[in-house]
Design a protein around this ligand. Structure first.
Ligand code: NAD
Length: 370
């Protein structure tokens, strides 16, 4: 079996604790001969600053670039709140996103039946929810120039951000969304503001053309981004894949996240362009949450977001769809048995530790894999 290189960057706070649970799953898969992952570990965030004076060292950047996928824990914490801006913990993640060219951010919102009553919406609206938000990550209003605050002659200040998209930026994110829809229920909703924004008009045109020319088998609908926000809290299960720009994606993915309960449950993936020779995409997988310094070292961290992020790696980087599905089933199974870390437990309900949750998921996974 060909070797695949996984570069692990556990980071700070609860990062190493939740990554350890993924390492146990990797060890099982390798021992069983189902995968041949070769793992290496690096430092990112505050721990990298302490060791090298940078949020990620050049040597670790090279390893990330050479890897088939990067698994990232979380970075930051009060210890590093006053380090210089350029070397703050988050700079490590931004550098990885930039140098790996990660332009597509995938945020699934899955509501496990056992947790449906933890959602802020009524259980029947979210039970069985499984949507995927594909957010453009490297363009749009967060990066467009000019981006400035200028002082006018009359003493007033004027702040400018520029929403800017080119055809190719929209084409490549649309292709990611359509491709992913084909592995799911073959439906894409493109959320933009074509009624008031020129970038929305172009977005609409380009997504429509890519859909018609290259993905005629995938059903495409357009939805105004503000309406999409409303629909997500009204009838979220109507969606399969939502593709949207950087700004709207930032907001819509957080709305969708809260439909599913806790931050400790939310995985994500960021993908780059396919390599011209191999067709493989650079990829980084990470939980949505941060380093949770308030619970680091207490064994209270929920490892599910990290484990599900690894599940996304199995699915999207390695095409191991069956194993990815079984890992999701193992998570659902453990939740179905009533096992809860503190963040997803109801008041008075018994809780288990990070390690116990990791071990329970692995045990369930072993049974499913056989
Ligand atoms: P956070 O996501 O770390 O924590 C918010 C709350 O959710 C906390 O109460 C925390 O205990 C809880 N929580 C988060 N993940 C959990 C898990 N897996 N299990 C159980 N509970 C969990 O956000 P924050 O407190 O705003 O930030 C803490 C640090 O993390 C800051 O330094 C921040 O800059 C950094 N941060 C990093 C990332 C990242 O690495 N991608 C993202 C967000 C925040």
């Amino acid at each position: 079996m060909t070797e695949t290189k996984l570069f692990l960057l556990p980071g700070d706070g609860i990062g190493p604790e939740i990554m350890a649970e993924v390492e146990a799953i990797i060890a099982f898969l390798n021992a069983k001969g189902l995968t041949n992952f070769v793992t290496d570990r690096g430092l990112v965030g505050g721990c990298a600053y302490d060791a090298h004076g940078a949020a990620i060292s050049e040597a670790d950047m090279q390893k990330a670039l050479a890897a088939d996928a990067v698994l990232f824990g979380a970075v930051g914490g009060p210890k590093w709140d006053s380090v210089p801006y350029e070397v703050r913990p988050e700079a490590g993640l931004l550098r990885l996103r930039k140098d790996l060219g990660l332009f597509a951010n995938l945020r699934p919102a899955i509501c496990y039946p056992a947790l449906a009553d933890a959602s802020s919406l009524k259980a029947d609206l979210v039970e069985g929810l499984d949507i995927l938000i594909v957010r453009e990550l490297t363009g749009g209003v967060y990066f467009g120039e000019p981006k400035e605050i200028v002082t006018l002659e009359n003493g007033q200040k004027r702040a400018v951000d520029t929403q800017l998209y080119t055809t190719s930026e929209i084409e490549r994110i649309a292709r990611v969304a359509f491709d992913l829809a084909r592995t799911r229920n073959s439906r894409v909703a493109s959320a933009e503001k074509r009624n008031v924004m020129k970038s929305g008009v172009l977005w609409n045109q380009v997504v429509t053309r890519i859909g018609k020319d290259e993905f005629a088998d995938v059903k495409l609908e357009h939805v105004l981004a503000d309406n999409c926000a409303m629909q997500l809290v009204r009838r979220p299960k109507q969606y399969d894949v939502i593709v949207t720009d950087n700004l709207f994606g930032d907001i819509l993915s957080d709305v969708a996240a809260m439909l599913t309960g806790s931050l400790g449950m939310l995985p994500s993936a960021s993908l780059g362009a396919p390599d011209a020779a191999t067709g493989k995409r650079k990829a980084l997988y990470e939980p949505v949450h941060g380093s949770a310094p308030d619970i680091a070292g207490t064994g209270a961290a929920n490892p599910i977001a990290m484990i599900a992020s690894f599940g996304m790696a199995l699915r999207y980087s390695f095409g191991l769809v069956d194993l990815a599905t079984k890992l999701d089933q193992a998570i659902a199974g453990v939740l179905g048995k009533g096992l809860r870390t503190k963040d997803i437990a109801k008041a008075g309900e018994a809780t288990i530790t990070t390690k116990e949750m990791g071990a329970a998921i692995l045990a369930e996974f072993k049974t499913l894999v056989g």
